[in-house]
Design a protein around this ligand. Structure first.
Ligand code: SUD
Ligand code: ADP
Length: 309
């Protein structure tokens, strides 16, 4: 028997960052949009907890108990007093350490896959609780769609999206560490008053109407971590310019980076932007994806001797 769960990546269409809290985290107004690039996590019964990973960047993913998928399985097993006797296979397609919440996606995917495999039947609230323990972005990976995340990003309020948005994601050569980007944010704001993060009603309206022009008008300056990411990875400025030159309505760093995100008018324009970015040589690869995308979803659950999964 095995269970496979598909989980989307995300882009932050607003990331308003407050000052550092006493616990080291930052309060956020984090507007998440799930995008159609997916990792798949397959859970299969095994003698003990093991993790394998295949796909682009798999060599950078830890396979021990620090892997977020392994941590998710352990957290669920502990709550239900059972052994985490499971093999987790991660089929990676979300750029690793790219600011698109790939590790968070794997955590949410492993949680849902193990809950289904073990029949632990955790409620939605319990799953969200475990997600929040695992990381600030993990609850959103579970629910997908669009949502405002407050606190450190883990307290979610779903948002309406009234249409499809077309994106291009330029994957950089190399990664950026999320804590390092937040530290750089603190350094850049040293001695300055950092205002409370506030979500934008204009953004909510643009999403609800599916209005690509209004979303494009909002995006410049919407990512509070972008100056920090650019400070640590200055070459991203070239990628942003190339995407704009190729026709993007707006260009921004995805979360903590270094993936860059480009909003396109339509699917055709997205292809042109992706080709322009690749030809520019300012990124490793360029991926086209639509939003919103659904959250963690069981895509295969098979039982018995005919099991071919
Ligand atoms: C920046 C964002 C935007 O969505 O994601 P990425 O772009 O990296 O994917 C998130 O805030 C990343 O969330 P996530 O990657 O889950 O972070 P966590 O594991 O909870 O925390 C990792 C570290 O990031 C910093 N951190 C994270 C969240 C937050 N609100 N304030 C912080 O200062 C802390 O230094 C923390 O120790
Ligand atoms: N299942 C996982 N997939 C990817 N990275 C993981 C995983 N588990 C732990 N990590 C660690 O988390 C770090 C952040 O990776 P990732 O979540 O892909 O990026 P980001 O936080 O920028 O969205 C990686 O450098 C890796 O060491």
């Amino acid at each position: 028997m095995s269970v496979t769960v598909r989980v989307p990546a995300k882009v932050n269409v607003q990331l308003a960052v407050g000052g550092a809290r006493p616990d080291g985290f930052h309060d956020l107004a984090n507007v998440f949009l799930a995008v159609g690039l997916y990792d798949e996590v397959t859970a299969t019964p095994a003698d003990e907890l093991t993790v394998t990973c295949a796909g682009p960047g798999a060599d950078q993913v830890p396979l021990d108990r620090t892997n977020l998928a392994a941590r998710a399985a352990l957290a669920l097993a502990e709550r239900h007093g059972i052994e985490a006797a499971v093999h987790l296979h991660i089929a990676k397609d979300i750029p690793v350490a790219g600011g698109m919440a790939g590790g968070s996606a794997d955590a949410a995917g492993a949680l849902l896959a193990c809950d289904t495999l073990w029949g632990t039947n955790a409620s939605g609230a319990e799953l969200l609780d475990i997600c929040a323990e695992l990381g600030s972005d993990v609850p959103f990976s579970l629910v997908g769609g669009a949502a405002l995340g407050t606190g450190r990003g883990e307290r979610l309020q779903p948002l309406d999206v009234g249409g499809t948005f077309h994106w291009v994601f330029a994957v950089a050569d190399g990664g950026l560490s999320t804590p390092a980007v937040y530290r750089e944010f603190d350094r850049l704001h040293e001695g300055a008053e950092v205002p409370e993060p506030v979500a934008s009603q204009a953004l909510f309206d643009a999403l609800a109407k599916g209005d690509v022009e209004a979303l494009a008008a909002f995006l410049p300056g919407s990512n509070g971590l972008q100056p920090a990411a650019l400070s640590l990875f200055p070459k991203l400025a070239d990628t942003l310019s190339e995407g704009e030159a190729a026709g993007a309505l707006a260009a921004l760093v995805s979360g903590s980076g270094p993936t860059t995100a480009f909003l396109a008018r339509d699917a055709e324009s997205a292809q042109t932007i992706a080709e322009g970015l690749l030809a520019s040589g300012t990124c490793r690869t360029a991926r086209v994806a639509d939003s919103p995308a659904p959250g963690a979803t069981v895509v295969q659950s098979s039982q018995g001797q005919d099991d071919t999964a």
